[in-house]
Ligand binder design. Structure first.
Ligand code: PBG
Length: 324
């Protein structure tokens, strides 16, 4: 007897049937939109390699924030481009630092919107590395923690709803947790960039934020891309140290890691669809080689399917429009 044909196509016959059996759904509730804040007045400066994304000055921010909130996007992730940089990253932790100012503006414009502060020093150090340096130009781990804690506490004091350390120093989650708790911020969660890889996909971001290291690279602190088991160590350690949400970054080139983390821990998992992953779709679409909406939706769906609860993406505003 011939093998009976299993008719999987029955449930693919119409869009309504497909809609009923769809296993993964993108929702606006899971999106976090990154924003770049710069000094100056009246600035809405396009970021060359990231079409549709801008550097905003504080006075132009309320309009953008209101638009984001009206699209139903629940959260923004703030990055600062300071007017001045120094070896101590003063702009990162000063109470008048650009992100602290931006946090006050965001919370004033849309109090319900969740303001996530990226906690790192590379945008604020004169050398562009994510910490204090020794005389040989190596990033000092423990001496950097103190500056990160100062930054996180200043961000929380300015109204940050979530602290998101992206520096990859060892022990920073425990240090930041202790610092937040000691300063009355025990209700402020930490979303750690737990498995953050030293990736070529950060190129457009570094142009946008002016955070390319003046010498060397970040391989001495960010993870080596081939390492899968080590990513789990990073995640488990961050959770032990007090992380409330763990992040994998980048996303598309690391879907296996997202899946590993999803299966290993019950915590919310975030994935960062990073600048280079965004720009590649934009560039191909601009050439007419791919259908942007279709490829972007398929890409973000793959990140959710891999196991991410939250997706940080420069496509957040577009997606909110597409799926509403
Ligand atoms: C700061 C930071 C970076 C990104 C997020 N936070 C750059 C880096 O680590 O070099 C990259 C985000 C993106 O590419 O979209 N450390």
């Amino acid at each position: 007897m011939a093998f009976p044909i299993q008719r999987l196509r029955r449930l693919r016959r119409t869009e309504t049937l497909r809609r009923m059996v769809r296993e993964t759904r993108l929702s606006v509730d899971q999106l976090i939109y990154p924003l770049f804040i710069t000094a100056g007045q009246g600035v809405q400066e396009p970021i060359g390699a990231m079409p549709g994304n801008y550097r905003w000055s504080l006075d132009r921010l309320p309009g953008e924030i209101e638009e984001i909130a009206s699209l139903g996007i629940p959260a923004v992730l703030l990055f600062g481009i300071p007017a001045d940089k120094d070896p101590e990253a003063t702009g990162a932790w000063h109470e008048r630092g650009i992100v602290q100012e931006a946090l006050r503006v965001v919370k004033g414009a849309a109090p319900e919107l969740v303001a996530v502060a990226d906690t790192c020093l590379c945008e604020y150090t004169s050398h562009g590395h994510c910490g204090r340096l020794d005389e040989r130009g190596q990033v000092l781990n423990d001496a950097t923690l103190e500056l990160l804690v100062r930054t996180a506490v200043a961000q929380a004091a300015a109204g940050a709803d979530i602290i998101a350390p992206s520096d990859m120093m060892d022990g920073r989650v425990a240090a930041i947790r202790a610092g937040l708790d000691a300063n009355g911020f025990d209700q402020i969660p930490i979303m750690s960039y737990a498995a953050k890889f030293a990736s070529g996909f950060y190129g457009p971001f570094r142009e946008a934020a002016g955070s390319t290291p003046a010498f060397g690279d970040r391989r001495g602190y960010q993870m080596d891309p081939p390492n899968r088991r080590e990513a789990l160590r990073e995640v488990l350690l961050d959770i032990e140290e007090g992380a409330d949400i763990v992040m994998v970054k980048p996303a598309v080139a690391y879907l296996d890691i997202i899946r590993d983390v999803r299966e290993a821990v019950p915590h919310p998992v975030a994935a960062y669809h990073v600048s280079g992953e965004f720009s590649m779709i934009k560039a191909a679409a601009a050439n007419g080689w791919i259908d942007e909406q279709r490829v972007a939706t398929e890409t973000l769906t793959s990140i959710a399917r891999a196991g991410a609860d939250l997706i940080i993406t420069y496509y957040a505003k577009d997606v909110a429009g597409w799926i509403s």
